[in-house]
Design a protein around this ligand. Structure first.
Ligand code: SF4
Ligand code: SF4
Length: 371
């Protein structure tokens, strides 16, 4: 297996002489600019290309998602190439939280500092108002055979993932694979990533309160039973039912395999040559940006990585985190897999090994430093 190239810039600005304090080139934003140029990740953009810049806006309460200024920098560079960038995300699983709908998602994005003004590009939620707008794609996955790719991702000419690299309570870590495999699919496929079958009602516990019927977007519940052929797998009924609706959640390894199946479907749909990835190893929190809080980082800020290989960039990111010193006053524990040490039911290798099996990229990489 040949080694893929992963470009890296650190974000240190070690200035120790007073007369040398003014050095804009040391800005992490300017370093990102040089990283993007040197790595050539925008070289495939043609004039007029619709370029989806996929990121994560966090939710109400998240305080350490990716800073908007980094996204703005990439937006400007895409425009310089003649591309038409839009910044995008998809709705979250469920039907009750602010993240579950496009309008409230955009309102939360504004709250967290992401607007068309700060980003210098429009924000488009890629899977429609309620998250059901997807393009059906067949995939020979490890677990899944059919994936709904978010409509505006499927329609894009190019996709650039700008991922805040951090831990995740179910998948171990969240990087490029998760940015594409969860962040670029419509709600029914998010359900399939997390849960095995459509929900069922336990008649002995059902109080016939009707809350599930009220929230179901497709009238799939009749006579206190769920019709699995009508259910579009939104999770809404289970969110509002206190006791009678149970879900069959997948294990961490299955979840990692399923999200990687989805990443393959998204990449197959748009074309592998049209994807580029940037991982920001900054504010490396133990939890993902879907959490309504941001704990202290577990390791120091490490830098920014860029590649055209979705597996190599995530493998390099995991390795860098595992080789970094742990920070005090954080959830970090010393271990060869720092994320496994925090969430012992998961392991970083699950996503990486699934991506290797699916042929999404290379576990071998060569780091090329950019000053
Ligand atoms: S929400 Fe739960 S308890 Fe209420 S009707 Fe539906 S299944 Fe029964
Ligand atoms: S029955 Fe299916 S479509 Fe209806 S609310 Fe439950 S999960 Fe959603």
């Amino acid at each position: 297996m040949t080694a893929s190239q992963v470009y890296f810039t650190d974000v240190r600005a070690p200035v120790d002489q007073p007369e040398r304090w003014y050095q804009p080139k040391l800005s992490a934003v300017n370093k990102l600019g040089r990283l993007v140029l040197k790595s050539g990740i925008l070289d495939n953009i043609s004039k007029g290309d619709q370029v989806a810049i996929k990121t994560h806006f966090g939710v109400h309460g998240t305080t350490k998602p990716l800073r908007p200024v980094f996204i703005r920098k990439v937006v400007q560079m895409v425009k310089d190439k003649g591309g038409k960038p839009f910044v995008t995300e998809t709705t979250g699983l469920g039907m009750t939280k602010e993240r579950s709908f496009a309008v409230s998602k955009i309102e939360t994005a504004e709250e967290n500092g992401y607007t068309s003004q700060t980003l210098s590009a429009p924000i488009i939620i890629a899977d429609g108002l309620q998250g059901f707008d997807g393009v059906e794609v067949q995939v020979e996955g490890l677990q899944l055979k059919k994936v709904y790719v978010a409509r505006h991702i499927a329609e894009a000419d190019k996709v650039i993932s700008l991922a805040h690299f951090k831990g995740h309570i179910d998948s171990g870590f969240g990087g490029a694979l998760k940015s594409i495999g969860v962040g670029c699919i419509a709600k029914p496929s998010k359900y399939d990533v997390h849960i095995r079958e459509p929900p069922t009602v336990n008649p002995e516990r059902c109080t016939k309160c009707g809350a599930c019927i009220d929230i179901c977007p497709v009238d799939a519940i009749k006579d206190w039973k769920i019709d699995p052929t009508k259910c579009v797998r939104c999770q809404g009924c289970a969110e509002v039912c206190k006791d009678a609706i149970s879900l069959n959640w997948v294990s961490s390894q299955e979840l990692c395999e399923r999200l990687t199946d989805c990443a393959k479907a998204v990449i197959d749909c748009v074309g592998r040559e049209n994807f580029r990835y940037v991982n920001f190893l900054l504010d490396i929190t133990p939890h993902c940006d879907c959490c309504p809080y941001s704990d202290n980082p577990i390791v120091p800020d490490l830098g920014i990585l860029a590649s055209d290989d979705i597996l190599a960039i995530d493998k390099a990111s995991v390795d860098m985190v595992n080789q970094a010193p742990t920070l005090p006053n954080s959830m970090a524990k010393c271990d060869e897999d720092k994320f496994h040490a925090i969430f012992e039911w998961t392991h970083s290798k699950y996503q990486l090994e699934a991506a290797e099996k699916l042929g999404l990229g290379s576990m071998k990489y060569e780091v090329i430093k950019v000053e």
